[in-house]
Design a protein around this ligand. Sequence first.
Ligand SMILES: C=C(N)C(=O)O
Length: 126
Amino acid sequence: MKKIISTTKAPAPIGPYNQAILSGNTLYTSGQIAINPMTGELVLDSIKSETKQVMENMKEVLAAAEMTFENVVKTCIFISDMNTFSEINTVYGEYFNEETAPARETVEVANLPKFVNVEISMIAIK
Ligand SMILES: C=C(N)C(=O)O
């Protein structure tokens, strides 16, 4: 069974995808970028504020599926510049308990939608 997860508390999709799909007990989120859902504007002031907006958006997507970061088992971080890795980790780490943090990969990519600097997707289990 495939259930579409949707919330106005996170940015609306900017293409032909949904914010997340729940399949059984598993939630597959789309990649979040730093769009402020209230204004529709990108938050690109600093890599830290950009990462925080991404994580806040993701928190709302998880909440729409009645989940939290505690449910997350895997994440994928796409970044435009590996030199920002440390700052992204600092913000990202504030959302997870170090001992139960999910599996993850981080990859530098040539470009991201809307020319943002970071995009994060997650898989979570209920
Ligand atoms: C932002 C996205 N997740 C996308 O364009 O696929």
